[in-house]
Design a binder for this molecule. Structure first.
Ligand code: ADP
Length: 217
């Protein structure tokens, strides 16, 4: 194991997917879960999978977790186990800890015990789906508080004009980052890019502006 590997603890739906994706991306992964069935199921998929209680700092040390600088904690439902696991990783000197939280309070505690990155997969996906079902947005991601990127069909009035002519940044406060023609890959938007019928736009800007742009009739 090298410092470039990642420890993934709690191989449920979230952690299991993180571990599989990291493996596909070519990273060395040490997976840990207390559930023997899950460990068995993932033993063909991941390079190293160990059954252990991750709240036990000594057990983690013996497995070799101190060899790693990065860890992802995917335990969510059992908040106590999630917090104690992050604490154990902190005590063992793992620098980059990513942890899943199921509520804002849970997230705050995880930060206090040493998680450098806290993610909220369920509430983030909830926000995303809310945007997709209510507006004309085809996809939506809030990258940071108050700043978003979205995929949107251009309203008819934009068709046949260049981005310079449209002046969307001045008129609507959004920037067109890329344009995807039907059946082709997305291309970086240029000032003389003409919007055509059937195009999909990737736009970014303050969340409110992106939402308003998506709600246009
Ligand atoms: P998800 O919703 O992503 O499936 P869960 O919180 O339900 O997340 O599952 C997390 C995983 O973490 C489960 O596979 C469970 O066996 C594992 N887990 C929970 N507590 C511990 C622990 N103390 N040590 C190791 N693994 C744990």
């Amino acid at each position: 194991m090298t410092k470039s590997g990642v420890v993934v603890i709690g191989l449920g739906r979230f952690g299991g997917q993180v571990a599989e994706s990291l493996t596909e991306l070519g990273h060395e992964v040490l997976g840990i879960d207390e559930n023997a069935e899950i460990v068995q199921k993932l033993s063909d998929v991941l390079t190293h999978v160990v059954q252990a209680d991750s709240t036990d700092e000594e057990a983690l040390r013996q497995i070799g977790v101190t060899e790693f600088n990065r860890a992802v904690v995917g335990i969510g439902t059992d908040i106590e186990a999630s917090v104690l696991t992050v604490l154990a990783l902190t005590e063992l000197g793992v620098g980059e800890i990513w942890a899943k939280a199921i509520s804002a309070k849970h997230g705050r505690i995880l930060e206090r015990v040493g998680a450098r990155h806290v993610v909220f997969p369920e509430s983030d996906m909830g926000v995303r789906v809310a945007h997709l079902v209510t507006g004309q947005l085809l996809d939506f991601i809030e990258l940071d508080d108050g700043y978003a990127i979205a995929k949107v069909c251009p309203p008819d009035e934009l068709i046949g004009r260049t981005l310079t002519q449209l002046g969307l940044r001045t008129r609507h406060g959004v920037t067109v980052v890329a344009v995807k023609r039907a059946g082709k890959e997305a291309e970086t938007a240029l000032p003389d890019t003409v919007i055509e019928r059937g195009d999909t736009l990737i736009v970014s800007g303050p969340t409110k502006k992106v939402e308003q742009f998506g709600e246009r009739p």
